[in-house]
Design a protein around this ligand. Structure first.
Ligand code: AMP
Length: 216
C-alpha cells in the first residue's frame, strides 16, 4: 500500500496516519517529523531548515525531496508507506511521481482530509505534544490528566514553536497557495479519496480504512 495523506495543518493527518500505519503494518513517513529530528540533531539539513519551520514557511523543495527519497529507499518501505505531510507543492508531487514511476511502484491512494478551516487555528493553538512520541493532546478538547504532562510517561508536553497564531496563519497560506492545488493533481490521476475529517477520530479512521482497503 502506497498512500499519501493530504490536508491542511491541524486536519488530523498525523494521528490518522499513525493509526493506518499500525493497521497496515507499513511505515508512516512524516517530513515534518524527519525535519524536526534533523533540527534537534543540528545536522546540516536541520540548521538550514530551522528558520523556515519556525516561521511557518515551507522548507525548499530540493531539501525535502532529497530527504524523502532517501527515506523511501530504506528496506522497511519495500511493502509500501504512508506519506504524511509530503508532497506539499506541485514540484514535490512531480518529483515523487517520477521517482515512483522509475521503480514501477506508483501511489495507489491519496486521502484528502476535508475540514472546516475555521476550526483549524483553534485545534493547532491548543495542541500539545508528548516529546517521547506518546501522541497529542489539546488543552480543551483532549487535556491530559495532569496539566502539561503526558498521561503515558509524565514528560512535560511541548507547544510546537510553529503552533502559535502568526505561524499558523502563515502555514495556512502556504497550504492554500501551494498544497491545495494537489487535490486537482491527484484527482486527475484517479487516486483521490475525499474524507470528511471534522467528526470523531474513530469515525474518520473507519472512513480512511475503507478507502485504503478499497485499493489494496
Ligand atoms: P508538519 O509537522 O507536517 O506540520 O510540518 C512542520 C513544518 O515542516 C512545515 O510547516 C514546514 O516548515 C516543514 N515541512 C514539512 N513537510 C514539508 C514539505 N513537504 N515541504 C516543505 N516543508 C515541509
Amino acid at each position: 500500500m502506497r498512500a499519501i495523506f493530504l490536508g491542511p495543518p491541524g486536519a488530523g493527518k498525523g494521528t490518522q496516519a499513525k493509526r493506518a500505519r499500525d493497521l497496515f503494518s507499513i511505515p508512516q513517513l512524516s517530513t515534518g517529523d524527519l525535519l524536526r529530528q534533523a533540527v534537534k540533531e543540528e545536522s546540516e539539513l536541520g540548521l538550514k531548515a530551522k528558520g523556515y519551520m519556525e516561521a511557518g514557511h515551507l522548507v525548499p523543495d530540493e531539501m525535502v525531496i532529497a530527504l524523502i527519497v532517501e527515506r523511501m529507499q530504506q528496506p522497511d518501505c519495500a511493502d509500501g508507506f504512508i506519506l504524511d505531510g509530503f508532497p506539499r507543492t506541485e514540484a514535490q508531487a512531480v518529483a515523487l511521481e517520477r521517482e515512483l514511476e522509475e521503480r514501477g511502484t506508483p501511489i495507489e491512494a491519496v486521502i484528502n482530509f476535508r475540514v472546516d478551516p475555521e476550526r483549524l487555528v483553534e485545534r493547532l493553538v491548543g495542541r500539545r505534544i508528548c516529546p517521547n512520541g506518546h501522541g497529542e493532546y489539546h488543552v480543551r478538547f483532549h487535556p491530559p490528566r495532569a496539566e502539561g504532562r503526558c498521561d503515558v510517561c509524565g514528560a512535560e508536553l511541548v507547544h510546537r514553536p510553529d503552533d502559535h497564531e502568526d505561524q499558523i496563519r502563515t502555514r495556512m497560506r502556504a497550504y492554500d497557495q501551494d498544497t491545495a492545488p494537489l487535490i486537482a493533481f491527484y484527482e486527475s490521476r484517479g487516486v483521490l479519496h475525499d474524507i470528511g475529517a471534522d467528526g470523531d477520530m474513530d469515525g474518520i479512521a473507519r472512513r480512511v480504512e475503507s478507502a485504503l482497503k478499497s485499493v489494496s
